[in-house]
Design a protein around this ligand. Structure first.
Ligand SMILES: CSC[C@H]1O[C@H](OP(=O)(O)O)[C@H](O)[C@@H]1O
Ligand SMILES: Nc1ncnc2[nH]cnc12
Length: 289
């Protein structure tokens, strides 16, 4: 039986994880450059855990320069089966208030200055991201959040913007009119890359502000975001600590097929594949190449 290994990618304000047994920071290799930082490995309720601070300890990487491919490749090499992204976000909905959590299930990707795929010239592949998050893993996060007493909204569309500046008021109103629920700068291409890596991905977005559309709230201000994040960080740790017991140590195949996303994805004929790229793809796609 395959073993579950839960990877937590902690966003702004989350640079460590409490409560792991046999906790150790380890250097994690990748064929795609250096990950954001070392990774904290350990066990919680009998389940193997890996924690990665997305921006690095001390918040070194901007949303544009986070090494998304190295992060996902390194997590895959460590045997991670399920990733939970925990991120700060702005809200486009009155009822999704600062301090609330949103389980994101859709994205609109407006980022433009990032590498978005492990595949390319010499090994082309197309995976579906019609349902970019894993419903099974998201359900476990919803239960963990409710058990922790967190106000958690299930389902929401996350607008991924390039940043690092926050949106103008006109952009904020436009995204709201598009039906987006929250906004952040990091979940894309992370979710797309997790799908290419056949890792289940769930996104827990912690509301820190109302972006810039709300008539009763001013422009986004990092000091307010940080204040809300401090409360959110404690709640996020509580949610995470309840997850292993819900997910369990023995992994069954994903009922939504996240772990088989590459089954029919690779287009390039075997004799036309670039051996160097194929070698780099050993962890991500070795199963199908
Ligand atoms: C500190 S506010 C802007 C910053 O926070 C979010 O980061 P993360 O998604 O890693 O929690 C947002 O996406 C921006 O990068
Ligand atoms: N309003 C906002 N826009 C983009 N990223 C954010 N992270 C937290 N608040 C945000």
């Amino acid at each position: 039986m395959m073993q579950t290994k839960i990877g937590i990618i902690g966003g702004s304000g989350i640079y460590n994880m409490d409560g792991l047994e046999d906790a150790a920071w380890v250097a994690a290799p990748s064929a795609w450059g250096s990950p954001s930082d070392d990774m904290l490995t350990g066990r919680l309720d009998g389940v193997e855990m890996v924690f990665l601070p997305r921006h690095g300890r001390g918040h070194v990487h901007s949303p544009t320069t986070v090494p998304y491919r190295a992060n996902i490749d390194a997590l895959k090499r460590l045997g991670v089966t399920d990733i939970i992204s925990v991120s700060a976000c702005g809200s486009f909905r009155e009822e999704m208030a600062p301090g609330d959590f949103v389980l994101v299930d859709q994205f609109i990707d407006r980022t433009f200055a990032r590498e978005k795929s492990f595949f390319g010239t010499g090994c082309v592949a197309h995976v579906s991201v019609a349902h970019p998050t894993c419903a099974r893993l998201s359900e476990a996060c919803a239960t963990a959040g409710r058990d922790a007493g967190i106000t958690i909204h299930t389902g929401g569309t996350y607008l991924a913007m390039e940043g690092p500046q926050f949106s103008s008021m006109a952009e904020s109103k436009l995204y709201r009119a598009w039906g987006c629920d929250v906004i952040g700068m990091t979940n894309m291409p992370e979710a797309k890359l997790a799908r290419e890596a056949e890792i289940c991905y769930a996104s827990v977005a912690m509301v820190t502000d109302y972006d810039s559309w709300h008539p009763d709230h001013g422009a986004v201000d990092v000091s307010d975001v940080i204040k809300t994040l401090q409360g959110n960080g404690t709640k996020a740790q509580d949610l995470i600590s309840r997850l292993p017991a819900l997910v369990g140590p023995e992994r069954t195949p994903c009922p939504h097929g996240c772990d088989r996303a590459l089954e029919y994805a690779v287009m390039t004929a075997p004799d036309k594949r670039d051996p160097a790229l194929v070698a780099k793809l050993d962890a991500i796609a070795g199963r199908v190449l």
